[in-house]
Design a protein around this ligand. Structure first.
Ligand code: PLP
Length: 393
């Protein structure tokens, strides 16, 4: 008997605890609606916050770039995979974030692991918000730095951890989500910056869900007009969410970026993203910056949803972002609500442990600029209906 004979058993256990995951097969592009084998559904679970994932202008840019560059990058960036399209994208993102330099990674997961690992090693210290994204937690753990977590958004707790571990000459990195991916609330940026300065630490902000969504020109949680490289030394953003394409970037000083080029294993030992995707993001940046109406419309939908949900007596979280979880508690309850919505043609998926803490299973509803006010009203009606039918069941 091999040590793997318990795979079936642990899967069965997940199933029994209502924690089994089934992947849906989507048969249409992303948008306000998606087509599943069971029919069309209003889509309230994508991270396509500005509604750009299927934008014809971005798709056209990708097609034209495939004609010019082909499909595969063929090699890693340090060999022959780094094309003029990648270079142009890095320069455009440096402009966008008003930082001296930028490095583009194949995914946000790779960017976070690669960056934290490149910066820290045994003897260093990393301080992370307890609800940070898995990739930040994994990066901190894999780096072999001493790992410290602090309570969610609790700057006083962070300060105590920093001073309790002060004194040794080492690198100290504070790491936070900009917008928290499962709760939708935002980091206390000014407090974190002050805290990092005082503790002689660097601050890394993962703005996967904020970039494109907040701020002037969609700059995100970190407004470069207010906070440059001396405040947020490591700024990370993803290109697969509001930008609607794929990949991620890290922005900062030239020394930071050159260090990553030499030390980030997830950058060095991987094939470059296709040049056509870099070109597609270039087209997307223009739209993100210029089409302010997408952000205005999105924020209007967020307010409409919150007001309607409050009137229905639903338990929301303190979120002013497109991520609007409805707290339900037990995994089975979240699943039942999700199924009740799907029967009404509304897709909002249940998020369960280990993605979120025990007893906080929820529907993770996300709004995008592709939705209309009527879509939000239909979502609210479906939630009202679920509240009545599921409780009665
Ligand atoms: C989605 C996400 C990532 C990972 O980005 P990908 O490009 O999807 O790999 C990293 N951090 C946070 C906070 C995220 O939400």
């Amino acid at each position: 008997m091999s040590g793997f004979s318990d795979l079936r058993l642990s899967l069965a256990e997940l199933e029994a605890r209502q924690l089994y995951r089934h992947r849906r097969v989507v048969e249409s592009p992303q948008g306000r609606e998606v087509r599943l084998s069971s029919g069309r559904c209003l889509n309230f679970c994508s991270n396509d916050y500005l509604g750009l994932a299927a934008d014809p202008r971005i798709a056209a840019a990708a097609r034209a770039a495939i004609d010019r560059w082909g499909v595969g990058a063929g090699a890693s960036h340090l060999i022959t995979g780094h094309t003029a399209a990648h270079q142009a994208l890095e320069e455009a993102l440096a402009d966008f974030t008003q930082r001296p330099a930028v490095l583009v990674f194949g995914s946000g997961y790779a960017a976070n692991l690669g960056t934290i690992n490149a910066l820290l090693s045994a003897g260093d210290q990393v301080f992370e918000d307890r609800l940070n994204h898995a990739s930040l937690i994994d990066g901190g753990r894999i780096s072999r730095a001493d790992y410290h977590w602090y309570r969610h958004l609790d700057t006083e707790h962070l300060k105590r951890k920093l001073s309790a571990n002060a004194g040794t000459a080492c690198r100290r990195l504070i790491v936070t989500d900009g917008t928290f991916s499962m709760d939708g609330d935002r980091c206390k940026l000014d407090e974190l910056i002050a805290c990092a300065h005082e503790a002689d630490a660097w601050l890394m902000v993962d703005d996967a869900h904020g970039i494109g969504v907040h701020g002037p020109r969609g700059c995100g949680e970190v407004d470069p007009g207010q906070h440059g490289c001396n405040d947020v030394q490591v700024l990370m953003g993803t290109l697969g969410k509001a930008f609607g394409v794929a990949g991620a970037f890290v922005a900062g000083s030239t020394d930071l970026i050159e260090t990553l080029v030499h030390r980030a294993r997830n950058y060095i030992y991987t094939t470059a993203m296709p040049a056509a995707l870099a070109a597609a993001v270039l087209a997307s940046i223009e739209i993100v910056i210029n089409e302010d109406w997408r952000r205005a419309h999105l924020h209007n939908l967020i307010a409409r949803f919150r007001q309607g949900a409050a009137e229905l007596g639903l338990e929301l979280m303190p979120s002013a972002t497109p991520i609007q979880p409805v707290l339900l508690g037990a995994p089975a309850r979240a699943l039942a609500w999700s199924e009740a919505l799907e029967q009404q043609g509304v897709l909002a998926l249940a998020i369960r442990p280990p993605t979120v803490p025990r007893d906080t299973s929820r529907l993770r509803i996300t709004l995008t600029a592709a939705h209309t006010e009527q879509d939000v009203d239909q979502l609210l009606a479906a939630l009202d209906n679920a509240a009545q039918t599921v409780v009665a069941a």
